[in-house]
Design a protein around this ligand. Structure first.
Ligand code: PRX
Length: 650
């Protein structure tokens, strides 16, 4: 039987103790779509509200009126829900277990300690003039201070914008300006895989860019003690500001629809978009998905191996687990350092029960052979999770067999920055698993498949994935640009949310995500717009034109393949290829570095001048036999040249 047809039935022993078993899933799912108000009203009781909402759902996906509100007259504080309300019952329980890049470095922070530190930091932010509704940019390593900073903002009603620490100064500057942050929180350096990354230097460089003079203060966590420049009057050591503050900082009640954070992500066109997530619906959704999809039980150690710079880190390192009073493990390093067995060693060291990681991390380990897991037992594991991209059946199998000792169900969770939390996913006690399949919708989620004209496809079908109605965790808008929000997600097909993903539904009604159908790349689970990379390249003096596509890559899932047309007076050379790779790396960040550059004397264009990416994707994938109709090209000759000089992988 092929791997794709293999089914891993629910483990009945696990189901007996699970929050959600088969019957409960059926019953709750039905209720959640037939009576969303009733369902979410009941669920909302799991949060602590300073003013209980009376209105539950008030949402419209109509393209002339996209307006999404949940619990709109409710008031709560997110940090109170993640900290204060746990103090009586679990004040001395670890909230965060921090595992450093160096295996000899770890720290345990209890709920009481976290509460104190967050309160002090919140007071510190106030002393710098930060108040309700102000934005704060975080450019941080994976250290507990990152979670503290997020929660401190939430405590005073400020809005955080976390920028992934791998982004360049320019990328950081763009996000600081767009969000108009008056305060930036960073560290001297981050440490990953034994190497330092100069975060503070990057902030210094970013803050020389136009428009960044809005920033008044930079708070610097001392992580490595490495050399940094100091800007008197602007820069402050984190500890100097925080240590002297009172541990008493009342949590500011905010409206359920007040913004909690902005998170920038790439789209198919233009600059990254700042998705706006709000407080009540987001927190409820993050908490409920965390508890049910990972079947989290009191006292378990849960580890999401993502970075807080991505939505996965927001919802499943910080907000979901802490709202549930869980112990969340935060890992500073990389899975392959100092040895390839690090993941297993961490699992054993902290007795991790739930491990949530990405297909690209699994593939990176697989390449080194099964023996790399020999120095760990991993018998504390109960549940595994995957996120970020479709997981190929070989990686699924390795994760299941080698990491999970063939004992632990894998929840393959499909979702997006925009969705706030899991959307299509198995639940360990309820769903039979199929390797590579995200299976069934979460409560309240109504997926549908449509063809390119927007016609609904029924039964087993392949199409574009849309969501028919709102769920509480959904982003409400794009920061400063609601029109773009409407345009991007609600104008392709009227009245529904368009995900940008292709998807197949099989005979059992299970959903298989097939990947992006727009010009968005997914490289090692990191999302990137082809347009961003193209505009970086054409800013180089030698480049006339550039087209970027993804191609299948064994470890990264997708690699970045670039076609470059040079200016007439420029000679192509290998040195220039290296220079262009470095150029993009420096401009956007290491994750955007092209894998392959091919010189293109011309690009295949229609007579109206549109680049035919379909053809470029085929050539990059080395599928030159199926190029389809090229007769509409202005100059079909260019295709011959591109095929002849394509990069062929061995
Ligand atoms: O294409 C889908 C893919 O990642 C995209 C969302 O990327 P981002 O907003 O960065 O969020 C990643 C973490 C939630 C989706 O449009 N994707 C994410 N998870 C899966 C996936 N594709 C297939 N299977 C998944 N489990």
């Amino acid at each position: 039987m092929s791997e794709q047809q293999r089914i891993y039935p629910v483990d009945e022993r696990l189901a007996a103790d699970a929050w959600i078993d088969r019957d409960r899933y059926q019953q709750l799912y039905r209720q959640s779509v037939e009576d969303p108000e009733g369902f979410w009203r009941e669920q909302a009781d799991s949060l602590s509200w300073s003013k209980k909402p009376s209105t539950i759902k008030n949402t419209s996906f109509a393209s002339d009126n996209v307006d999404i509100r949940w619990f709109e007259d409710g008031e709560l504080n997110v940090a109170h829900n993640c900290l204060d309300r746990h103090l009586d019952s679990r004040g001395d329980q670890p909230a965060i277990i921090w595992e450093g890049d160096d295996p000899n470095d770890h720290k345990i922070i209890t709920y009481r300690e976290l509460h104190q530190r967050v309160s002090q930091l919140a007071n510190g932010l106030k002393s710098l003039g930060v108040g309700k509704g102000d934005t704060v940019t975080l450019y941080m390593p994976m250290v507990p201070e990152a979670a503290m900073a997020m929660l401190a903002c939430a405590r005073i009603g400020a809005v955080h914008s976390v920028v992934f620490g791998g982004f360049s100064p320019d990328a950081l500057a763009g996000r600081v300006v767009d969000s108009q942050s008056r305060v930036v929180i960073t560290a001297d350096e981050s440490v990953r895989g034994g190497k330092q990354v100069p975060l503070k230097d990057n902030v210094d460089a970013a803050l020389t860019r136009e428009g960044t003079d809005v920033v008044e203060s930079v708070l610097v966590v001392r992580r490595t003690g490495g050399d940094i420049q100091w800007h008197e009057g602007r820069d402050r050591w984190f500890d100097d500001v925080v240590d002297q503050q009172s541990t008493d900082c009342p949590a500011e009640p905010v409206n359920a629809e007040d913004p909690l954070f902005i998170l920038y992500t790439s789209g198919s066109t233009g600059t990254p978009k700042g998705l706006k997530h709000t407080s009540g619906g987001y927190l409820l959704y993050a908490a409920l998905t965390h508890r049910t999809v990972f079947d989290y039980h009191e006292g378990e150690v849960y580890w999401c191996a993502a970075d807080v710079g991505w939505i996965t880190g927001h919802s499943y390192i910080v907000y979901g687990p802490l709202a549930n009073g869980a112990t969340t493990l935060m890992f500073e390093g990389v899975p392959t350092y100092p040895s390839h067995g690090r993941i297993g060693q961490i699992v054993d060291k902290h007795q991790v029960a739930i491990l949530y990681t990405s297909p690209t991390a699994i593939r990176a380990l697989m390449a080194h052979g099964e023996h790399i897991m020999d120095d760990s037992r991993r018998d504390s594991l109960r549940i595994l999770g995957s996120v970020g991209e479709p997981i190929n059946p070989e990686a699924w199998d390795w994760f299941y067999r080698v990491v999970g000792n063939s004992r632990c169900p894998i929840v393959d969770t499909w979702w997006q920055t925009e969705t706030g939390g899991h959307m299509i996913t198995p639940m360990p006690g309820a769903t039979d698993l199929k390797p590579g399949c995200a299976t069934k919708p979460f409560f309240g989620v109504q997926p549908a498949l449509v063809d390119n004209e927007g016609r609904r496809l029924e039964g087993a079908a392949d199409g574009n994935l849309v969501i028919l109605d709102s769920w509480p965790g959904q982003a409400r808008s794009i920061w400063n640009n609601h029109d773009r929000f409407v345009q991007t997600y609600f104008s392709t097909y009227e009245g529904v949310y368009f995900t940008g993903d292709g998807c197949r539904r099989d005979e059992d009604g299970d959903y298989w995500i097939t990947g992006r159908i727009d010009d968005v790349l997914n490289v090692s689970g990191h999302r990137m717009g082809t347009a961003e990379i193209e505009s970086s390249l054409v800013a180089h003096e030698s480049v006339a034109e550039a087209a970027v596509v993804g191609y299948p890559h064994d470890i990264k899932g997708q690699g970045i393949y670039v076609y470059v047309t040079l200016n007439d007076d420029v000679e192509p050379s290998d040195e220039l290829k290296q220079e262009l790779k470095q150029w993009v790396r420096k401009d956007i960040g290491p994750i955007a570095t092209p894998d392959v550059i091919q010189w293109a004397p011309g690009l295949p264009k229609t007579r109206s001048g549109k680049i035919m990416r379909r053809i470029l994707r085929k050539i990059a994938a080395d599928e030159c036999d199926g190029l389809g109709d090229t007769s509409t090209l202005a100059d079909p000759g260019v295709v011959e040249d591109l095929i002849e000089n394509r990069h062929v992988r061995i």
